[in-house]
Design a protein around this ligand. Structure first.
Ligand SMILES: [Fe+2]
Length: 217
């Protein structure tokens, strides 16, 4: 399970229905927009919570590092550290070995959305220009994937984690390469200006959500 919402019952029901065991609960980043269901889901299932190794969570978690491969039956996840929205953000390349030996889709968290990129100002660190520069490198890396790779972000329009998100919840690398305004900016400096410009104020609940998701509250 990746990025669970606070209500974990639907995940438990879905797993039971398909006779699947939830072994890993992976957070693409320390969430700010909602209280994560990761620890509750892990407690209910005996799964481990996984975060990037740089996440400063105050509870036990399995640290993931860039390039790490998790084999879960026929599904293979490859971890890419894609900082920018937050310092510890990851994307997960997903390969279905029953179909082929290359990734079929990528879970991009809040790094790359359909029609937008993640906001670099929600990690509570006040380092948005530095994070925006990292975001540029991260999205360039995602663009190294072939056009046919499907993109499943953590949000679509209505979420405050980026600006200009499409209402379409998924996309492809090829479509975003061609039509995502942020990805058409070729140099880092202009990208940073674009990424930090015109951001709405951080919603008031975000700081408390972050603290709770880090195990500090
Ligand atoms: Fe986020």
């Amino acid at each position: 399970m990746v990025d669970p919402q606070p209500q974990i019952e639907p995940y438990l029901e879905a797993a039971a229905q398909k006779e699947l065991r939830i072994s890993h609960v992976i957070e693409t980043h320390v969430q700010a927009d909602h209280v994560s269901g990761a620890r509750r889901l892990a407690e209910a299932t005996g799964a481990v919570v996984c975060l990037h190794e740089s996440a400063g969570a105050r509870y036990p978690f399995e640290p993931l590092r860039d390039g790490q491969v998790l084999t879960l039956g026929n599904v293979v996840l490859t971890v890419w550290h894609t900082p920018g929205h937050t310092p510890e953000g990851i994307s997960l390349l997903v390969t279905d070995r029953t179909r082929g030996d290359a990734p079929w889709f990528v879970l991009t968290g809040d790094t790359l959305f359909s029609g937008a990129v993640g906001r670099p100002d929600l990690s509570g660190e006040g380092t948005e220009a530095r994070l925006a520069a990292q975001l540029f490198e991260s999205v360039q890396r995602l663009l190294s994937l072939p056009d046919h790779v499907e993109v499943y972000p953590a949000h679509f329009s209505g979420a405050p984690c980026g600006k200009g998100l499409s209402g379409k919840p998924m996309s492809t690398i090829g479509f975003e390469r061609r039509f995502n305004a942020a990805l058409r900016i070729p140099d880092q400096e202009a990208f940073v200006r674009f990424a930090v410009d015109g951001l709405p104020p951080e919603p008031p609940t975000f700081a408390a959500n972050r603290r709770q998701n880090l195990g500090e509250a």
